[in-house]
Design a protein around this ligand. Structure first.
Ligand code: AMP
Ligand code: MG
Length: 343
């Protein structure tokens, strides 16, 4: 199959909508990461997502809508706390897990009784969903086990020959996947951190719970509240180690370990901040240390770059887990199999 890559304008969005209505897959931009979309109410179309990605069948998909009115038929009820979160943060990078209605195929919910719903803020995404005239099930548009795509080129790298069309809407503004919040009860739980931070949720609801597995791997016998947490996502080929501590000590430790590794014949790169001086060693930028949003927007591209360059070891600077930093550390932590050294 030939994969077309088109700038997201009115004509290409209409073409993509037609493909979706016909049960085909389309890669499209959102403010978080690029999505791989199918008509969420067409089980056969949804199955193609799992095939194209090589995604385990038990990992549910997020259903995207173009306006709040489209949600009612997809869920059995909307608890009060969920309503407050919707009002505060939609459209935006937040997925709410709600009790699912019967029209949602088991393929979408992976057999669960719940469904994740999101109203994205990205204009092209909402225009596409509205034009298709159906809710769109869409996980990130990467092959399973690869970093989520934050540019149309990333989608092309992973999906060339597997899907007919990718819409290019430029680089994603947020750069990490949506916050996933279990809102089935009156005390919502953050299952996956993202652009809507626990602090923001707390400001609206008065308190917040964050699932304990956000910053640690699942151990044997643990039940994953969010099935996606079971899988080793976003892992570059390079062995990846994160250094946490005062900036000067982190820089010194990274430089020392870099030199040791290079002596052993490893190909090494650093993921570090622009203000920090690594003495000319290979460094992929996480942006300014003063703007954690930069690290969120750049992390996945940086992980892909590690693989492209054939690096075998990577040393990363940790970020503070305040605000969106928790989402960055969750993804970076997973890439490093939570190998974090305090210095
Ligand atoms: P992706 O779109 O690739 O970021 O994957 C969707 C993520 O949302 C996965 O990690 C899922 O575990 C999570 N998710 C989707 N639906 C549900 C649900 N009904 N309950 C819990 N987690 C969900
Ligand atoms: Mg994904």
């Amino acid at each position: 199959m030939e994969t077309q890559l088109l700038e997201a304008d009115a004509a290409s969005i209409e073409k993509a909508a037609e493909l979706l209505r016909a049960g085909e897959l389309v890669g499209f931009p959102t403010e978080t990461v690029y999505g791989l979309g199918a008509n969420a109410l067409n089980a056969k179309a949804v199955k193609k997502i799992f095939e194209a990605k090589g995604r385990p069948q038990d990992n549910p998909l997020i259903v995207h809508v173009s306006c709040v009115e489209e949600i009612a038929p997809l869920v059995r009820r909307i608890p009060q706390a969920a309503k407050k979160l919707m009002e505060a943060f939609w459209p935006g990078p937040m997925t709410l897990v709600l009790p699912k209605a019967d029209c949602i195929p088991d393929e979408v919910s992976a057999g669960l009784d719940t469904v994740g719903i999101r109203l994205p803020s990205c204009r092209a995404a909402r225009d596409l969903i509205a034009a298709a005239g159906c809710p769109i099930a869409a996980p990130s548009a990467n092959r399973s086990g690869r970093p989520s795509p934050t540019t149309a080129r990333h989608v092309f790298e992973d999906m060339e020959g597997r899907i007919p069309l990718i819409l290019d809407g430029g680089p994603c503004a947020v750069g990490v996947e949506s916050s996933v919040i279990d809102a089935t009860g009156e005390m919502p739980i953050v299952l996956r951190p993202g652009g809507i931070t626990p602090e923001m949720v707390e400001a609206v609801l008065g308190s917040v719970r964050v699932d304990e597995h956000v910053m640690s791997p699942l151990r044997e016998g643990d039940v994953a509240r969010s099935p996606g947490m079971k899988y080793k996502h976003y892992a570059p080929k390079a062995q990846t180690i994160i250094f946490d501590g005062e900036a000067d000590q982190v820089i010194a430790a990274i430089c020392a370990r870099y030199d040791e590794a290079e002596k052993r014949g490893e190909r090494v790169a650093i993921l570090g901040f622009d203000e920090h001086d690594f003495g000319g060693r290979t460094c992929i930028s996480l942006g300014s240390v003063k703007r954690p949003d930069d690290a969120a927007a750049r992390l996945f591209a940086a992980l892909r770059e590690l693989d492209e360059r054939g690096e075998t070891m990577a040393f990363c600077e940790a970020v503070s887990t305040a605000g969106i930093g928790l989402a960055v550390m969750n993804r970076m932590g997973r890439a490093a199999a939570f190998h974090i050294e305090s210095v």
